[in-house]
Design a protein around this ligand. Sequence first.
Ligand SMILES: *Cc1c(COP(=O)(O)O)cnc(C)c1O
Length: 411
Amino acid sequence: MDKTSPVHAPMSQFAVAGDELMIGGEPVSRLAARVGTPFYAYDRGLLSKRVAELRQALPAAVKLHYAMKANPMPALVAHMAGRVDGIDVASAGELKVALDAGAEPAEISFAGPGKREAELSAAVAAGILVNLESFREIGLLAGISQQLGLPARVAVRVNPDFELKASGMKMGGGPKQFGIDAEAVPQALAEIGKAGLAFEGFHLFAGSQNLKPEAIVEAQQKSFELALRLAQDAPAPVKVLNLGGGFGIPYFAGETRLDIAPIGANLAQLAERAKTALPQAELVIELGRYLVGEAGVYVTRVLDRKVSRGQVFLVCDGGLNHHLAASGNFGQVIRKNYPVAIGNKMDATAREIASVVGPLCTPLDLLADRMELAPAEPGDLVVVFQSGAYGASASPQAFLSHPPVAEILVG
Ligand SMILES: *Cc1c(COP(=O)(O)O)cnc(C)c1O
């Protein structure tokens, strides 16, 4: 082990001017004065920049989708819809936002276990692609297709026979509620053919929050091989091969940004092979967190400064009710601190050890545990970085009945 303690990756995506963190070109205290605290702010310029960087690293033949469950704010989805090649939705509610945002129905896909019949019906009526996750959905879609006189467009979501290594959240391999087990896919394909559904391809999503390019490359290679094997039993040529994503961002001390160059190089090889092996197929990757996570911050104001038996607590007007993930209660095994700063004291050189807590009556409401921060007073603004994904919509906002959090798109 290195003797120096690990540090957070630099949050240099945001400028600093006159002691203030700048978000979308505006000082954080101005934004706070405009919308009140607490709030999330997402930077349009950073969202666009991330898409442009990815386009640069990925072969042109690979389509880039935004998985909007990472951040379903309508204005943000509209911004993304104009920049990516498609939107992945996980409910009829998200489908409505995607369509309202101007996404092309032909380029929307719908994955998720437990789709309600009304949701499947909405998907067929909208003309989007349904990623089938069970035999039940095949039967339901057959009925809906007949009723609407419109064959459902379907891809089979495959639960692969391998796992994504080093992934923060595994969503494929072994027994899973997602997708159809690879070994059962030939039977599903036969039923899709019999039911007269419009088969378009396969969807594989092995996991989320991966920071190891070699693990992502391996998962994409294995997914590709598996799809080639399964395609032999398909009732129609494969038009779409969605290889998932799972690209991570650095949250915790010691983590570094994902190197996407090897992933792009591997996808270029796969795209080349697809030309002969699956000549009608378009390769797709779908990303949520990686596209939006680093472009957003959560901002909460210090209400109280307490010292309890020598330990400093900055008590703020928001906490886990708005940002469950930063509190460490959204799938983390061991709680670690997100990158946090005092957003209106960015030039301060003095440091103290302080804990940042929210207003809830539970010890789980912790945004920073004994971190080195600029000394802060009531009125100062705590900024939690890496907060553009799985923030507001992934938090229990009704818990303790505080006001909901504001969300703004800036820049
Ligand atoms: C959640 C999800 C994503 C997005 O995952 P990220 O880690 O945010 O990139 C993509 N595809 C599917 C099927 C998902 O369920």
